[in-house]
Design a protein around this ligand. Structure first.
Ligand code: ZN
Length: 133
């Protein structure tokens, strides 16, 4: 596995529309809002150079983003590393003894294949591995 770049930084927000205003004021443009039913979120991506800012608003009080905000307030929730082959990356990290939350990749926003690693294995960071076609 050769990580290519920081793919994006995920920020949990209470209100996507409100949160977008700041990033737009900063001069960035969203690629549009997408709902990912599987993760109970709607998201907006703001490309910045080779990386992106991902804003996430929960669509359900029992979703992971709602729970995160309840516990920590709004803020950085995860970050993502781009990999060439997610299935190989998952297998490699497990072989090395690190804990994956997702042992099989799943669908992420923008058509990406993603898998989260457990913060207990990464020094306290919720790390998303992301493969994009
Ligand atoms: Zn993400």
């Amino acid at each position: 596995m050769l990580p290519r770049r920081v793919d994006h930084i995920g920020i949990a927000v209470n209100n996507l529309e409100e949160a977008c205003k700041f990033w737009e004021a900063l001069g960035l443009k969203s690629t549009g809002v997408e709902e990912v039913a599987d993760q109970k979120v709607k998201v907006a991506f703001f490309p910045v150079g080779d990386s992106e800012i991902e804003l996430l608003e929960s669509t359900s009080p029992d979703g992971p983003i709602a729970k995160f905000i309840e516990k920590n307030g709004q803020g950085i929730q995860h970050f993502a590393i781009r990999v060439d082959n997610i299935d190989e990356a998952i297998a490699e990290m497990q072989d090395k003894g690190f804990r994956m939350i997702d042992k099989v990749s799943r669908y992420g926003a923008g058509g990406a294949k993603i898998a989260f690693m457990h913060p207990k294995s990464t020094g306290g960071v919720l790390l998303e591995l992301s493969e994009r076609v």
